[in-house]
Design a protein around this ligand. Structure first.
Ligand code: PGA
Length: 366
């Protein structure tokens, strides 16, 4: 992720102040006078907050995004990195075109930061575990499709464990994978990571069917066994790049030697539903995003050959971080909750089937 975004380079003077070319001579001297124990010098001249900042900048490839993530201003970030750089005695970042990347020294400091921050985080978990489940914190990262059920599971969990603070990050597949690699959350609800990875644990969770959605007014809404070929002639609304749904639907068309006619791209399932109702086209969506509409609204599921694409969510966590007692308890809670999610899906599917029958009967009687 390093050096990914040009926008991360701080504006104006911070560009230089954050990256001193030479350390102050007195600092350099003090370092060599530390009796051979360099870490003593660093303990006195660096702060954990500075290390946390450096870790975030390297991970996000941007001063701006690190400032946003840690709720700091950009000048504060630049100033702290300048101080860290002086304490280390070498520049930590360099400009490559319009992006930044860590210098060799920056990379070494980053590797050490990750160890230190991960040790502290594990310590936090152990201390919380000592206090049991009365207090604690749960950070959950979920796919956009799981946002339709995650709050409900969290709500039920918090009723049983009211002392737990929870945070929920909802984003697309690409960003969930980044968060997983950055150890940003305790647990994730996501699809199957594509490459085998022995650093992560994946536990199969609820089904996540991908269906084709059209306006209830659409001529195909009452049809049965629509060939995929017929969809290739429709205007398609596609999710943004980085979305798992987008990749799955494009791969499905490609496997049949087809390409959908993309009318527009939208970064939100909710916006896509609105666009469908607005007559802008049809789209592939997770059935989870439609459970509220299944009672007979303005959206219909098309009965397309090869659909639904049956996918599955997984509960995923990184083996590199110890799973806290809170996270372990939530994991088991979510697994016990799964039958409710399945029942909701089955009900939505049955409702949409009933709607199709009604639409079909109506079109055959006219
Ligand atoms: P997306 O994920 O938000 O990345 O499209 C949804 C999914 O794969 O279910």
């Amino acid at each position: 992720m390093v050096g990914r975004k040009p926008k991360g380079v701080p504006a104006g003077s911070s560009r230089h102040s954050a990256m001193p070319q030479d350390a102050a001579p007195d600092a350099a001297e003090a370092r060599t006078q530390s009796g051979g124990n360099g870490s003593d010098y660093l303990i006195r001249h660096t702060t954990l907050r500075q290390l946390q900042l450096l870790e975030a900048i390297v991970r996000l490839g941007s001063f701006t995004r690190a400032a946003e993530e840690l709720f700091l201003t950009q000048p504060t970030v630049s100033m702290q990195i300048k101080k860290l750089s002086e304490a280390i005695g070498a520049p930590l970042f360099r400009h490559v075109g319009r992006t930044i990347e860590p210098t060799d020294a920056g990379r070494e400091v980053h590797a050490a930061c990750r160890d230190i921050l991960s040790t502290l985080s594990n310590l936090e978990i152990k201390l919380a575990d000592l206090k049991g489940l009365k207090r604690g914190r749960l950070r959950l990262g979920v796919l956009t499709t799981a946002k339709y059920v995650a709050p409900e599971i969290l709500g039920a969990f918090c009723r049983v464990y009211p002392g737990i603070d929870v945070s929920l990050k909802v984003t697309n597949r690409e960003h969930i994978l980044e968060r997983l690699m950055g150890h940003d959350d305790d647990l994730y609800v996501m699809g199957q990571p594509r490459e085998a990875n022995d650093q992560i644990e994946t536990i199969p969770f609820a089904p996540n069917p991908l269906v084709i959605v059209a306006s209830a007014e659409h001529p195909l809404a009452g049809e049965r066994s629509i060939p995929l070929q017929a969809l290739a002639e429709e205007s398609f609304i596609l999710r943004e790049s980085g979305s798992g749904i987008r990749d799955a639907v494009l791969a499905h068309f490609a496997a049949a030697g087809l390409t959908p006619r993309v009318r527009m791209q939208l970064g939100s399932n909710e916006a896509i539903k609105r666009a469908i109702v607005g007559g802008l086209g049809i789209a592939a969506l997770s059935l989870h995003s439609l459970t509220l509409e299944s009672g007979g609204g303005r959206l219909a599921l098309l009965d397309v050959e090869g659909f639904p694409i049956m996918r599955r969510w997984h509960l995923v966590y990184s083996k590199g971080r110890e799973l806290s007692l809170v996270a372990r308890t939530f994991l088991n809670f979510a697994i016990d909750y799964e039958p409710e999610i399945r029942a909701r899906l089955a009900e939505a599917e049955a409702n949409f089937d009933g709607m199709r029958d009604r639409l079909s009967a109506r079109s055959h009687s006219t």
